[in-house]
Design a protein around this ligand. Sequence first.
Ligand code: SF4
Length: 331
Amino acid sequence: MYDFEPEKVRQFLESHNVRRAAIQLPPGLRRNLREIIRTFKEAEVEAVVLSDSCYGACDLADVKAKRLGCDALIHYGHADMGLRTVLPTLFVEARMKIDPRGAIELALPELEGKRWGVATTVQHIEHLPRIMKFLADNGIESVIGNPGPRARYPGQVLGCDWGCVRSIAGEIDGILYVGTGRFHPLGMVLATGKEVVAANPISGSYERVRGFEDFIKKRAAVVGRASSYEDFYVVSSVKPGQRRLGLARKVVRELRQNGLNAELLVADEITPETVEDFPEGGVVSVACPRIPIDDVERFKRPVLTPFEARVMMGKAELEPYELDEIEEGDA
Ligand code: SF4
């Protein structure tokens, strides 16, 4: 299903004279370990598989790999977002071979008569020219936005960078998203105010995502719960592409100026365990913008984004909702 680019890996290992390589895999690719590791065995390179969490190219383990005596890091499943590394690093994007046009064909009646932005994740990025041609052959106009600060390719969205769809919001009626899950479609609706048709190449089906009333209600409830606290923890991650200590300090300052107690916490991964042993209090996360949204059910304590913290302090309205995004140079 995925292209693990064994030839490119082999050449990289050879050209850097690698004897020991660290392998970093997101959870969804770990079941493919045998296939991935074959290339390293054939090249007689010792593979050190890092099994800590890994959700994005923001989370490079080059420093850890160096400490383990590795000569290189091979990071699977994400596109390079331009972070500097202390070891030669190869990104294997693990693109999916599945042709998404079957799912898009089913969605054609929804698409007719409108102009669509097309967006996807790196796994399906190489299908974009084919998708645009397919739409044009069916009389549907489409456009692809330039990548935002953290994305690498035109048409690519990340949970912390909606720049590519925001840049074309003024010239489209809606967005055709190719991929799985609900987070990206919802993010694009919030970032642009446009309807999203999400075509899932794996299930071969599609879904329309329009309103975000439920989302706003849920976030309003989290902000409401947080407002009952006087103590807050502002948590920042040390992951190289999630580190926003400047923002964390600013949020701490603002909370204190509003008469609240606020402490800065720093951790690698932000989980319920990161905060639960500290005295009772609300949490503001300045790490991956997905944490407060995706992990809302996991945390017993209310976890806010920096924008939601401002809403709680009466400095902003919840609508229009501002998604947290990581800017270049924010870390
Ligand atoms: S910060 Fe979050 S959304 Fe952005 S790349 Fe990292 S894991 Fe993905």
